[in-house]
Ligand binder design. Structure first.
Ligand SMILES: [Zn+2]
Length: 381
């Protein structure tokens, strides 16, 4: 079994799946939706294990009446991604022949074996290959071994061309008996309406910090304080946390994530919460770190205010944070808020080289900004 406690991490989703198993009302098609890296893969694999487990663990918990035992032959093979009745179709790069597509899919599966929470690489354009989908469809049409519930995972279904998905519609609408199809997608509305309506949607939740901390400590031997920091920065997205540990997020991008988290907290939470978080995340002895943070905030203020005025997301500077900027722009309706906040940051930046007490200067800045924002009502929406 994996160190990651997927049943706690996706408590509600597992409740739906576990109860459907108990009542014998397993749907033929599921759609797990939410940001990639929330544990979709592990949830799908765990459900496949439960469906095939020879000795499911029964509990008194109404929310989670069943778990896979994790120890029987089927459980071990499924968690080891080595099960004759488990199929995966995943986004891959361009390929020429089916052989190549199979090989690339196997590479994806191998990565999932190493780290089931990992996310697809952002490099290159990946697409869900119709040839693999057809192959799985063909395999599912063969007569299964007795007692096997076959499970096909279409990982990131939103990466499939609509025309290709169309060709699979019949399979998704009516999987062969004894088969369950699990689709995952970041946004359900990215899929064909006919697929959405035929699949039972299951929303993936943000994962509690302690589940992520526990995982980083057990699997990656991280110190508790470091694990906690990474878990907080990941904001409930374990896939992002493991990318950070594996060093796939470079220093610059994790620095920007910390800066954004602080900026968000500054706007949305109490000054006390913000000051506590700064104590945790900022090294006040390092002046250039604080400088960089304030420069980042300046551009974020500029973007939020620009979006508040124009509603245009094309002209933003921080293109890696567009959804957050759109959300936070509601604080920057009146121009005097933008002016006040910008001026406060500028003054603090000017003070820093004068060897002021940096920590206190930052606390004062937080209070100043909160006052400025408070003086203007936040627009709805
Ligand atoms: Zn089992």
């Amino acid at each position: 079994m994996n160190h990651f406690d997927i049943f706690q991490a996706q408590y509600k989703a597992w409740s739906i799946l576990s109860r459907s198993f108990k009542t014998g009302r397993v749907a033929s098609t599921y759609l797990f939706h939410g940001s990639e890296g929330l544990g979709q893969w592990l949830l799908a694999v765990s459900f496949a294990a439960l469906l095939n487990c020879s000795n499911p663990r029964k509990t008194d918990d109404n929310q989670h009446p069943f778990y896979p035992c994790g120890e029987c032959r089927n459980c071990r093979n499924i968690y080891g991604l080595n099960f004759i009745g488990l199929f995966a179709v995943a986004p891959i790069g361009p390929y020429k022949k089916l052989d190549e597509a199979i090989e690339m899919t196997n590479e994806f599966v191998e990565k999932k074996r190493q780290e089931p929470l990992g996310r697809l690489s952002a490099l290159g354009s990946l697409m869900l290959p119709i040839d693999m989908a057809r192959l799985v469809k063909k395999n599912l049409s063969l007569i299964p071994d007795e007692g096997t519930t076959r499970v096909a995972i279409f990982y990131r279904m939103d990466k499939m061309l609509a025309s290709s998905a169309d060709a699979l519609l019949k399979l998704i609408e009516e999987p062969p008996s004894g088969a369950v199809i699990i689709l995952t997608a970041e946004r359900p509305e990215a899929l064909l309406p006919t697929i959405q309506s035929r699949a039972q949607g299951i929303k993936m939740d943000r994962v509690p910090t302690e589940v992520i901390v526990d995982y980083l400590m057990k699997k990656y031997s991280q110190e508790k304080s470091k694990a906690l920091l990474i878990a907080r920065i990941s904001e409930g997205l374990p896939g992002y946390a493991v990318d950070m540990v594996a060093g796939e997020e470079d220093d610059e991008s994790s620095r920007r994530s910390v800066g954004l988290l602080l900026y968000k907290t500054l706007l949305t939470e109490s000054p006390a919460a913000m000051i506590l978080l700064m104590d945790e995340l900022i090294d006040f002895k390092n002046r250039s770190e604080v400088d960089n943070l304030l420069y980042l905030w300046q551009t974020l203020v500029r973007d939020c205010s620009y979006y508040a005025m124009t509603g245009d997301d094309q002209g933003l500077i921080n293109i890696d944070f567009v959804p957050e900027i759109i959300k936070l722009s509601r604080y920057f309706g009146p121009p005097r808020v933008t002016d006040g906040v910008t001026e406060a940051i500028k003054n603090t930046l000017a003070d820093l080289p004068l060897n002021v007490h940096i920590q206190m200067a930052m606390a004062a800045l937080v209070l100043k900004i909160k006052r400025t924002i408070k003086s203007a009502p936040v627009s709805a929406g």
